[in-house]
Design a protein around this ligand. Structure first.
Ligand SMILES: [Zn+2]
Length: 93
């Protein structure tokens, strides 16, 4: 057997659906994507409660995905709209 399996098949299906919606472009840099270099990305990361739903999924190229994973810059900005996170809250004294 090769490494091809049902999980790979599922991933390809998700990539194709998102790419058809978003025009086969990277959401980070706008570079055209191919089926092999498109990376599925959670806009709100699963670690902070983001759901695996179409509205929370987008495609990134490999380099954008690596940048985002390394810096978490975009993810941190997304958190500012979360009502449960209060950066300006005063510490209790
Ligand atoms: Zn990109």
């Amino acid at each position: 057997m090769s490494s091809y399996d049902a999980q790979t098949d599922y991933r390809v299906l998700i990539v194709k659906t998102l790419a058809d919606r978003d025009g086969w472009l990277c959401s980070g840099c706008g570079k055209p994507l191919g089926i092999s270099d498109a990376q599925i990305d959670h806009i709100v990361p699963k670690s902070v409660g983001g759901k695996t739903r179409w509205g929370n999924l987008t495609l990134l190229c490999r380099s954008c995905n690596q940048l985002k994973g390394a810096s978490h810059v975009n993810k941190a900005k997304g958190l500012r709209n979360n009502p449960y996170i209060r950066e300006d809250e005063e510490p209790e004294t």
